[in-house]
Design a protein around this ligand. Sequence first.
Ligand code: HEM
Ligand code: HEM
Ligand SMILES: [Fe+2]
Length: 457
Amino acid sequence: MKFESQRVSWWFFATCMLLFSLQIVYGFIMAFAHAGHDALHAVIPFHAARATHTNLLVMWLLCGFMGAAYYIIPEEADRELHSVPLAKLQLGALVATGVTAIIGFHFNWWEGRKFLEIPRPLDFLVVVDVLMFIFNIGMTVKNGRRFTTTSLVLFFGLLSAALLYLPGMIPTTNQTHDSYWRWWVVHLWVEGVWELIMGGILSYLLIKLTGIDREVIEKWLYVIVGFTFLSGILGTGHHYYFIGTPNYWKWVGGIFGAMEPIAFLGMAIYGVTMARKGGRAHPNRTALQWTVGCSIMSFVGAGFLGFAHTLPSVNLYTHGTLVTAMHGHMAFWGAYAMIVLAIMSFALPNLTGRRLHDAPSAQLGFWASNIGMIAMTLAFGVAGVTQVYLERRVGMDFLAVQRELEVHFIGLILAASLFTLGVCCFVWNFIRHGWPVGEVLAAGASDVTPEEAARTP
Ligand code: HEM
Ligand code: HEM
Ligand SMILES: [Fe+2]
């Protein structure tokens, strides 16, 4: 850690751990409901559990991105953060808004639009909060002693994510228009600007962990950003097939949607190649595992499983089924959850001054959560394909099909238990690191101790 103000990121990461744990609780509530045991229905009906599960996910990922920015930007800009109190205020306000929204879902105060359920008055608070965050890191970049590609890609990713929240707030009473704008937020976030955020964090971690020249790593970052925009913007069309928009979207969405996996494939090749080429291996192997793992799992979840249902002829059958949930889990996990856990694994020993990154619990955390998530994806996939077949080929009634699927959710619960074991280990390791009291290094000093450098091959 080079600057005192980087410490503030710890509070964002700690919030991630809390919200992530709560997200998993709601995942289990839904999994049991799907398996035919909906004991909590009167208090937490399925729609409230679902909205809470997905909104907690988005909230903890945003907290993770903010924490990552507060850790990375001062170091890249080579100066202290513009304002630490503002960062703390902004975190408190974000959590207060999020908690209000989640309590509201349980009392039917919501908008009913998947992923954008937060009621309108709270949307404005979210916008104000995110503007405070953008101002804080924007001032740090602007007054910094240097501008790096990594920090600029990260900054513009975060700024665009903030701006793209606005189309979801355009008032309309037309269902087609509403869906049309909703996808500007949902799709252009995960298949557009969030990829910039991921690319920025990935490039920072690869520079730190592999010791490869910044020029080489940042050059490839440009190529990936180029592919993301080329395919991702018009790729929005793969959500416009059946919502009442003109027919040409079938072609546009089909062609550009099919090109989108190239950006994720690029990211996977990038991560793996840089890690293999790296001359100076950093002692924090766990952080490198999360980093390279993220580049591979995002390709599988987003690229490969996204491609599986992006063509209109396939999507006609799979739209809105558990096939979507299969893809949604692995994509969100591989790309965005893993990149947040990667930067946390890297930053934590520096923030706290305790180097517990080699601990067995850190390794178990990585493997159990990833194997668990692969098994969960398989369970959702089998349930999804069965659902598509029975409901849309055989023509069985929706609820009759749901009963047939119950057995697959026993498999999901088992897989999710392994996943949860992994997450518990990660959280335990986070707690063991303790408070953010790590020392601030002198300018130019390395974050690798001489003993560690001697131990690494
Ligand atoms: C213990 C772990 C988890 C369990 C048991 C679980 C279970 C579920 C269930 C049953 C659904 C509802 C599917 C439906 O609509 O019928 C769901 C939705 C969702 N979950 Fe999870 N989940 C877990 C963890 C996660 C994690 C870690 C992530 C992200 C990294 C995630 C992301 C999502 C997303 C994005 C959706 C919405 C999918 C869609 O739009 O179709 N979940 N989850
Ligand atoms: C990390 C990147 C990605 C994430 C986090 C992600 C996540 C999701 C989620 C949560 C949904 C459900 C959204 C909703 O119904 O509101 C979804 C839908 C979809 N995704 Fe992705 N996705 C990613 C990348 C991709 C890519 C690269 C492709 C195509 C190659 C793709 C193709 C699709 C399609 C076609 C749907 C619509 C499914 C339906 O009709 O029900 N996704 N994605
Ligand atoms: Fe999409």
